[in-house]
Design a protein around this ligand. Structure first.
Ligand code: FMN
Length: 326
């Protein structure tokens, strides 16, 4: 068993967290991860505020264990945040604030509601901003990961963030998909891992089966950092591009962003249609470089168990063999 102080803080058995992906999580996925002893987190940024109480109740029906909800701060609404506070999830997770937003206000109100506060940062300044505002846990999110990411790779970013925010516990995100990754993250100073892409290819993931299969089929070399899906959706992110599959949709608009702006509504409708139809060439398919480590579509709970068992093997059997006295 692998146990870090973060497990005590979050009251979880295993230091494995499901990233709260607005376009990649669901109640069954969150419940499955939490029930397996990890921390399930629901991305709630695109859920209508009125639906939140029912959805939180459904998570609580699905699991008696701790879970989190994730807000993209640049698009949070007062009504949505108030609904989440009312339901008081054990963990309130945040990412991607605008420069002028007051993090301490969101963090303080979350804590007053009884929630622990988690914040994802893709840079050391971003992590320090969250520490200054009082985050309980900071996620160091490397550019290797799927979805909206920063510019620093996990290997360098993670220990830099660990050093900068100590003693605040840090979770490693971006490119982690197996037990070797968890062992490496612990060696770099993290207290656990947060996974997005790995959990997209699971039985409980809400993605179309073709999208899950595309992740399994990927060799990890087929992603690109791009603004094209955001331009198509007419959504400007503060300081982020998205890592997504370099498919026909991206190729059609690359270098022709001016044309995409002129045809935005049509492009947005095309994206929606492609997502519904499972058209992996014409949908936006955000996933990380760690897709190259993903070879199956198992139940999410099996992923949690598998990761901790493999990390335990690496830490207790493989690595100690490399240490010699004298
Ligand atoms: C499809 C998708 C949607 C995401 N949506 C969010 C989100 O709404 N909020 C957030 O904080 N992070 C979001 N992320 C980032 C993840 O939380 C996590 O940091 C990232 O997936 C880690 O890298 P990995 O994909 O290599 O595991 C998203 C990632 C993906 C792949």
């Amino acid at each position: 068993m692998i146990h870090t102080p973060l497990c005590d803080l979050l009251e979880i058995r295993h230091p494995v967290v499901l990233g709260g992906m607005a376009s990649g999580t669901s109640v069954p996925l969150v419940a499955a991860v939490s029930n397996a002893g990890g921390l399930g987190t629901l991305g709630v940024s695109t859920i209508p505020p009125g639906d939140l109480p029912g959805i939180m109740a459904a998570i609580r029906e699905g699991t008696g264990k701790p879970f989190g909800v994730n807000f993209l701060l640049f698009m949070v609404t007062g009504e949505g945040f108030a609904a989440a506070l009312e339901a008081a999830p054990p963990i309130m997770a945040f990412a991607w604030p605008r420069a002028e937003q007051d993090l301490a206000d969101y963090f303080d109100r979350s804590r007053e509601a009884g929630c622990k506060v988690m914040f994802s940062a893709g840079s050391v300044p971003g992590a320090l901003r969250a520490k200054a505002a009082g985050a309980d846990v900071i996620v160091a999110q490397g550019t290797d990961g799927g979805g909206h990411v920063g510019w620093m790779a996990s290997m360098a970013l993670l220990p830099m963030v660990v050093d900068a925010v100590a003693p605040t516990p840090v979770l490693a995100a971006g490119g982690f998909a197996d037990g070797r990754g968890l062992a490496a993250a612990l060696a770099l100073g993290a207290q656990g891992v947060l996974l997005g892409t790995r959990f997209l290819a699971t039985v409980e993931s809400p993605l179309h089966q073709n999208m899950k299969q595309a992740i399994v089929d990927s060799d990890g070399h087929d992603t690109v950092l791009t603004e094209i899906p955001d331009l198509a959706r007419d959504r400007v992110w503060p300081g982020a591009m998205a890592r997504a599959r370099r498919n026909a949709f991206i190729a059609r608009w690359a270098g022709r962003e001016w044309d995409l702006r002129a045809n935005q509504a049509e492009a947005a409708a095309g994206l929606l249609r492609a997502a519904e139809e499972g058209d992996v060439d014409n949908a936006s398919l955000p996933y990380g470089q760690d897709a190259g480590l993903i070879h199956d579509i198992p139940p999410a709970g099996d992923i949690v168990t598998r990761i901790v068992e493999e990390a335990e093997e690496v830490l207790s059997k493989r690595l100690p063999g490399f240490v010699r006295n004298g």
